[in-house]
Design a protein. Structure first.
Length: 204
């Protein structure tokens, strides 16, 4: 399990503060995505300049906060633990460039589908299955999920907006920030990679 850098912890905390203040929940990201021409230009230089550098920095430094789940009526769980009181349960998962999107989605939303898929891939011995079931239950109970290596517009993940698709499947709000971009001179449709995403059931 990778250690979250201080920058990502700060991003997470800032996002939660903004959510609590209810001041950016329904706003769209006020940053224009890079154009196809921008990607071609970036693929030919390691040191962009001028307006291109400004737009690139905006993409890399402006977090996205999406409150669609709350707008659609989703409400926080507000779990309470005896002798403790209200708690917030956080799960952290490095999903490793989303190479198996369907399995990841089923692990978060439908454990039966995940277990059936695992059986079709050869299953697991009883001790490992018990560990898998325990981890799945932990994921299901999380009020906030922090995911690393979440692709956006990458060929290897069918150009998916993985954060948006998982959030929709989970009926949760989400925030993400771009850590870096991968621009290939051949596959120039690539827009962003390695997105750290925070899914929250809290009323953003």
């Amino acid at each position: 399990m990778k250690i979250i850098s201080r920058a990502w912890v700060l991003l997470w905390l800032c996002s939660l503060v903004a959510i609590a203040q209810n001041n950016i929940l329904s706003q769209e990201r006020d940053v224009q995505p890079l154009s196809f021409g921008d990607l071609i230009a970036l693929s030919s230089t390691a040191k962009p300049e001028g307006d291109l550098l400004i737009r690139l920095n905006q993409v890399l430094t402006t977090p996205v906060v999406d409150n669609s789940a709350s707008d659609a009526g989703a409400r926080p769980h507000r779990p309470t633990v005896g002798n403790v009181g209200p708690v917030l349960r956080l799960g952290l998962w490095n999903i490793e460039r989303v190479f198996n999107f369907q399995l990841i989605r089923s692990a978060l939303t439908n454990t039966t589908d995940f277990e059936n898929a695992a059986d079709n891939l050869g299953g697991a011995e009883s001790s490992r299955r018990e560990r898998i079931e325990s981890q799945l239950a932990t994921l299901q109970d999380a009020d906030v999920l922090v995911l690393n290596e979440v692709d956006l517009g990458m060929k290897r993940t069918q150009y998916r907006d993985v954060a948006r698709e998982l959030a929709a499947a989970l009926h949760m709000n989400y925030a993400y920030g771009v850590e870096f971009m991968e621009v290939d001179p051949i596959f120039t449709r690539i827009t962003a990679s390695n997105v750290c995403t925070i899914f929250s059931s809290n009323n953003a």
